[in-house]
Design a protein around this ligand. Structure first.
Ligand SMILES: [Cu+2]
Length: 243
């Protein structure tokens, strides 16, 4: 039955090409759990969403061209999604779906930008050209915040509410698995980094348990480095005429 084995072998190679391109690739998946949290949603509903997982290494940087445009909505005075992961070089659109003006700016870490105030039904965009953690705010609504994680990699994912993540089509190779979580300290995240080897198909990484111990939320200033005026979140000053 040598011929039958040969057919099976060739079929496996063919499937590999059909499913994942010339370099045999697999999905890297896993599950994140958050512990020691003072966040009520995490404790009550076990909401483990918003953890960014990405792979670094020469192969990961080379895969960086997959997506060049992403979107962060301004909706119900909220940036959606709250956590956005993008590949370095991606342009992010900020469409304003509310009946009031909004702004988006970042004044420290990551990449500094400011798209100024812009009216309902319009959009602004920013290209993010270097890796880092970009904290995004609105200059007139202090409750609005978001984070854009810019990675030098084509392999990244954000955990869902169950904590599950999947990074599809990862080419065979050795990578460093990196993590970002809004409510974890840099030391905690550093200790959780690990080396993984992707070889011949899917890989499930060991469970990732992130402690939120030591996290201290810090209030942010407006784009001028000053406190927001009292009651800023309720203001309708910037309503679009007729709405
Ligand atoms: Cu706003």
């Amino acid at each position: 039955m040598i011929w039958r084995s040969a057919i099976c072998f060739n079929l496996a190679i063919l499937l590999c090409f059909e499913m994942s391109g010339p370099a045999c690739a697999g999905t890297v998946s896993g599950r994140v759990t958050l512990i020691d949290s003072s966040n009520s949603a995490v404790k009550r509903k076990k909401d483990y969403s918003g953890v960014v997982v990405w792979l670094t290494g020469p192969g990961a940087s080379g895969a960086r061209t997959s997506r060049k445009r992403a979107e962060m909505l301004q909706k119900d005075k909220t940036f959606v999604p709250h956590i956005l992961a993008i590949s370095m070089g991606t342009r992010v659109d900020f469409p304003n779906l509310d009946p009031i003006f909004h702004n988006a700016f970042s004044s420290f870490d990551g990449q500094i930008f400011d798209v100024a105030l812009y009216p309902p039904g319009t959009s602004r965009s920013v290209q993010f050209s270097r890796p880092g953690i970009v904290r995004v705010f609105c200059n007139i609504h202090p409750s609005m915040s978001a984070i854009i994680v810019v990675v030098d990699s084509g392999y990244f994912a954000v955990s869902n509410s169950q904590g599950d993540f999947q990074i599809p089509d990862v080419a065979d190779g050795t990578y460093r698995l990196q993590l970002f979580h809004e409510r974890a300290t840099p030391d905690t995240l550093e200790r959780l980094r690990r080396t993984i080897v992707v070889s011949d198909g899917p890989l499930t990484v060991d469970p990732v348990v992130i402690s939120e111990a030591g996290y201290l939320p810090t209030p942010h200033k407006n784009k001028y480095g000053r406190d927001y005026p009292a009651g800023s979140d309720q203001t309708k000053t910037y309503s679009w005429p007729g709405l």
